[in-house]
Design a protein. Sequence first.
Length: 167
Amino acid sequence: MSHNPSPITQLREIGLFGGLGDHVLQGLADTLELLDLEPGAVAFREGDNGREMFVLLSGEMEVLKRSKRDVEARVAVLGPNDWFGEMSILDVMPRSATVRAIAPSRLLRVTAHDLDALYRRDLKSYTLLVLNIAREMSRRLRVADSLLAELVANMLDEYARPRRPAI
C-alpha cells in the first residue's frame, strides 16, 4: 500500500509556502488547479504573456532560453518542490524562457488572481509568500552571478590574456 502525503503535508515541504499556517495551506490545496504534463509538453513559451506561476509537485521540467543567435539552450532543470513563472506575475513582462516537461509532471497553478485573493484574505500569509519568492529569486541571481563571473574569467583567460611563447 503506497502512502500519499496529505495536500497540506506536501505543500508544507515546498519553500514557496514556507511559514504559512495549515488553514492557509488547506485553502490553497482546495482552490489551486492541478495540471498533468507529459514529456515534451510545454508549460509556457519564451515571449508569451503570463499571469501565473507553477509549482512542480512531481516530475522534471527543463528551462530553455533562446540566444540572440536563435540557439535554444537549457539553463536549468527543475524537480519536485521547485517553482517557476513567478517573474511574469511580479514584473508583468513576457515570459523570459520556455519551460517544458522532460518527465511526466504534476504542476500546481498559482495565478495572479489567486495571489490577489490571498492578499485580500490574509495579508501576513501573502507577505510571507512574496518574501519566499524574493528569497528564491535572490538565490537564483547569486547562482547566475557566479556562473557569469566564471564565464568571463574563462573568456579572459582564453582570449584576452597574453600568451607566453612556447619554449
